[in-house]
Design a protein around this ligand. Structure first.
Ligand code: NAP
Length: 297
């Protein structure tokens, strides 16, 4: 079947899901969306066409591929297996692709539940943030069976620059954990550096332009450093989602014996940002603890 003939469902039109579903519609697929808060589904349909369903099951009925991008393990379980969940409505041979960042344990559980129903399951967390979703430049790390991956990969390319099968069920989520551990330490280092430079009286826009050309360069520096020095955090990847991700990493490390000393400290810092009322701030808000040490907790 050619990708342009796919019938798709998309569950969860948040910061990430809304633009991802938009790219699928723009690629010419027939798409039915479900969002818990109905108003978001209404505005998505007004912008992109397609249809709105009132439950995950109603969206998934008759779909070749069902995508989800919700919050955490419990949310995925609910939209997949709960009352009016997608799995029960999916036909044998259909595929459920979970773009939520969740645990590897959940991925294995859902892969087994899907197999029992004759449907395919891929854990497919993403990296690249809101800008990556909007610009169709996400990196997708996938766990699952090769044949299932082959059927869904061409569809995911509508919003990805790279889609890679990492291994069996759970391998996508484990790869995303590696990604989040990298980011936690990196954002703290960037915060300390920018705060140091500002307190030293340097022109920080100029500093960033210069050092972004050298060995300190990173995605976080390119996409976040200038908003960090302005204290602008009202966008992007929410602190509370990062705390969820780092909790998943810490649980997995408890099981595999990996030490995560810096990640644990940074997780505590994100807890303090939450206490400041920054649960929905972008993860680059770590710098607020240094720039405003007495602020708000
Ligand atoms: P978001 O803006 O908070 O959107 C979450 C979406 O999930 C909303 O549509 C929400 O519905 C829906 N949802 C949550 N719980 C649900 C439930 N129990 N039943 C039905 N719908 C539910 O989050 P996001 O930033 O798009 O992130 C989504 C996922 O991608 C998270 O796992 C996150 O960790 C991951 N992620 C995010 C980024 C990023 O930069 N934002 C980057 C990589 C990965 P309502 O509209 O009703 O709240």
């Amino acid at each position: 079947m050619a990708p342009s003939t796919y019938k798709l469902a998309f569950i969860g039109l948040g910061v990430m899901g809304d633009p991802m579903a938009g790219h699928l519609a723009a690629a010419g697929h027939g798409i039915t969306v479900f969002n818990r808060t109905t108003a978001k589904a209404d505005s998505w349909v007004a912008a992109h066409g397609g249809a709105k369903a009132m439950s995950p099951a109603a969206a998934a009925k008759g779909a070749d591929v069902v995508f989800a991008c919700v919050g955490d393990d419990d949310d995925v379980r609910q939209v997949a297996l709960g009352q009016d969940g997608a799995f029960a409505a999916m036909a044998a041979g259909a595929v459920f692709v979970d773009h939520t960042t969740a645990s590897a344990t959940l991925a294995r559980e859902l892969a087994a539940a899907a197999k029992g129903r004759g449907i395919g399951f891929l854990d497919a967390p993403v990296s690249g943030g809101q800008a990556g979703a909007e610009g169709a430049r996400l990196t997708i790390m996938v766990g699952g069976e090769a044949a299932v991956f082959a059927s869904a990969e061409p569809v995911m390319k509508a919003y990805a620059k790279a889609v890679t099968l990492m291994g069996p069920a759970g391998a996508g989520q484990l790869t995303k954990m590696v990604n989040q551990i990298c980011i936690a330490g990196l954002v703290q280092g960037l915060s300390e550096a920018l705060n140091f430079g500002a307190r030293a009286g340097l022109d920080m826009d100029k500093v960033i332009d210069v050092i972004a050309q050298g060995a300190a360069q990173s995605w976080q520096m390119e996409n976040r450093a200038k908003t960090m020095i302005r204290g602008d955090f009202d966008f992007g990847f929410a602190v509370d989602w990062m705390r969820k991700d780092l909790g998943i990493c810490r649980d997995e490390a408890d099981a595999n014996g990996a030490a995560l000393p810096v990640t644990e400290i940074v997780d505590g810092f994100y807890g303090r940002i939450h206490q400041r009322g920054g649960g929905r701030w972008d993860t680059s808000s770590l710098i607020d603890l240094l720039a405003n040490p007495d602020g708000g907790e």
